[in-house]
Design a protein around this ligand. Structure first.
Ligand code: PLP
Length: 343
């Protein structure tokens, strides 16, 4: 089975498991796990910030950051199809008591004038707008890269209105691989940045938040309150260190695979897919209604030997990753052609 549902499905390689098995550990709640400390320092250096914090998931990275930057009743600006809106179980409102204002972007990318238009001016009637969250790369946009110039336009507007800035950089390193712009340059305008080790970087568990020393100290306390304090987490951090050392440079391979697959998909009769829109490791496509319902199409693919996710009515997403080879991509192309044949 070729699993293209997400880049979260990767399994640790024997070499990564080896690194995990030999990790030096301690109690990280006491700050005594040398491997966690090393990972946090590595992340901070890579992203050009003072310090890092290892957290169990990307959702926790976002939610601790939202809690840090806001007070109950505040308003947070997010993109309408962002992960925070769609896939975090309403946690920003339940855990931080904030109101989310959504603005739609072009394939997930917001425009500065649209953000400016919704920032509220102080008034006893209005919720104070205190935070802007961006997503790099944009998942539902199809792995879209936020251009650095657009980030600067948005963060300038936010700053001049006193907003804090958080980057959900779950796939930040895919943007780095796609553009050659450094993670530090992308992270620089933000107060907090989170990124996932458990996505394209191929680690089994974990995300990091990076920021300045004062904010990381507060986030460390919030992580404990949210139940994310881990003990001998160096076993997991070792996988993260391995991933940062060995799996960053290879991300361009995933991007080439996604591009190749988008070309194969675009040639299948009844499939609408634009290879030009493929910027990183995701491909979005639509299938003609005559070929079946969404569920039927998904099960045809499964029968043909390939797994993928639906993201709407007859709309699908495939994601390339570490555990998918160039040959797998050619096979997947043939499997999709079979699954989407009208006979
Ligand atoms: C996957 C993802 C997250 C975090 O998800 P977890 O499953 O909690 O690790 C956050 N933001 C984006 C954009 C994501 O794709």
């Amino acid at each position: 089975m070729i699993d293209l549902r997400s880049d979260t499905v990767t399994k640790p390689s024997p070499e990564m498991r080896e690194a995990m098995a030999h990790a030096d550990v301690g109690d990280d709640v006491y700050g005594e796990d040398p491997t966690v400390n090393r990972l946090e320092q590595m992340a901070a250096e890579l992203l050009g910030k003072d310090a890092g914090l290892f957290v169990p998931s990307g959702v926790m990275g976002n939610q601790l950051s939202i809690r840090l930057h806001t007070r109950p009743g505040d308003e947070v600006i997010v993109e309408s199809s962002s992960h925070i809106i769609r896939y975090e179980g309403g946690s920003a409102s339940s855990l931080s008591g904030v109101q989310l204002t959504c603005i739609s972007g072009m394939r997930g990318i917001l425009a500065a004038e649209d953000v400016k238009a919704v920032i509220r001016q102080p008034d006893i009637h209005t919720p104070p707008t205190t935070l802007l969250c961006l997503e790099q790369t944009h998942n539902c946009g199809g792995g879209t890269v936020y251009p650095l110039s657009t980030i600067h336009e948005l963060t300038d507007v936010a700053r001049s209105n006193g907003l804090a800035l958080h980057l959900d950089g779950a796939r930040l390193f895919n943007a780095v691989a796609a553009t050659g712009i450094s993670a530090a340059d992308y992270a620089s305008p933000f107060d907090t940045v989170s990124f996932c080790l458990s996505k394209a970087l191929g680690a089994p568990v974990g995300s990091l938040i990076v920021s300045d020393d004062t904010r990381i100290a507060k986030l460390r306390r919030l992580r404990k309150i949210f139940g994310g304090g881990m003990r001998q987490a160096g076993i997991l951090a070792a996988a993260g260190i391995y991933a940062l050392e060995h799996h960053v440079a290879r991300l361009t391979e995933d991007h080439q695979h996604a591009k190749r697959l988008s070309h194969l998909l675009s040639k299948i009769h009844g499939v609408q897919c634009s290879p030009d829109d493929v910027e990183t490791n995701m491909v979005l496509f639509q299938v003609d209604g005559k070929l079946g319902t969404t569920d039927e199409l998904l099960s045809h693919c499964r029968e043909a030997g390939v797994l993928l996710n639906s993201v709407g009515d007859r709309s699908f997403r495939v994601v390339t990753h570490l555990d998918v080879s160039a040959e797998d991509i050619e096979s997947a192309g043939r499997m999709f052609a079979k699954a989407f044949s009208s006979t």
